[in-house]
Write a protein that binds this ligand. Structure first.
Ligand code: B16
Ligand code: MG
Length: 214
């Protein structure tokens, strides 16, 4: 491996929680009589919970319809539903290619970090049996700026003590690829056909990570 560190997104890279985020937002949007489909959902990937709700409101011309307290309550409602979905997850939900990538990195002494802005990331990693599989897991509660800001990738690289240019970031969302580039890192993008991403290394699925030269 040429990379001196790997920094992985969680939702959509290590596991497919992106579908649960979508189902939970969809249920909330339906209950409010709002339009929301999978194309709209692409804009929510890698974006914080409240920012995600703001995007749904904007799509529906409802940005000024609710107070901050009401918005918090709706976000909480979405999160409760999301938590009920992730409570069913097991190690079988780790996406293909990820165990092989982690084993290769370990064998070659390349540290690996998780750059997820999800406050549920520790619970998801625990359900997958991966809590102890990373050298560093960013604390989403301490990240002040969501992707596409590079903050979370820079925090991970700093924690690992690796120069930004020697890090490879792996993402499934446009905001994430933008964040990796803004951090001065090399990017790998998953599901590029569906999302129209422009990463340095485009992949159609995580399976390709098993043998990819990084
Ligand atoms: P939560 P990532 C992001 O995770 C998701 O892509 C995004 O859809 C979600 O809104 C965000 O986490 C916040 O998640 O509500 O669980 O705190 O892609 O950075 O792993
Ligand atoms: Mg993601």
């Amino acid at each position: 491996m040429k990379a001196k560190a790997l920094i992985l997104d969680l939702d959509g890279v290590i596991t497919d929680t992106a579908k649960y985020h979508y189902l939970a937002w969809k249920a909330l949007a339906d209950s409010l009589g709002f339009h929301f489909n999978e194309t709209d959902n692409e804009r929510l990937k890698g974006v914080s919970r409240m920012q995600s709700f703001e995007i749904i409101l904007e799509i529906n011309g409802a940005s000024s319809h609710f107070s901050e307290e009401e918005k918090q309550a709706f976000c909480e409602r979405k999160n409760e539903l999301y938590k009920s979905f992730i409570s069913t997850m097991t190690p079988a939900d780790i996406l293909p290619g990820i165990p092989e990538l982690l084993s290769r990195a370990k064998a070659e002494g390349v540290p690996v970090a998780v750059a997820s802005v999800s406050k549920n990331a520790p619970a998801v990693l625990s359900a997958l049996g991966l809590s102890d599989s990373f050298d560093y897991i960013a604390d989403a509660r301490k990240i002040t700026k969501s992707k596409p800001d590079p903050e979370i990738f820079l925090v991970c690289a700093d924690a690992l003590g690796v120069p930004y240019a020697d890090c490879v970031g792996i993402e499934d969302a446009a905001a994430g690829i933008e964040a990796i580039h803004a951090a001065g890192m090399k990017s790998v993008g998953i599901h590029v056909a569906e999302t129209g991403l422009s990463p340095d290394i485009p992949l159609s699925s995580t399976e390709e990570l098993a043998n990819l030269e990084l």
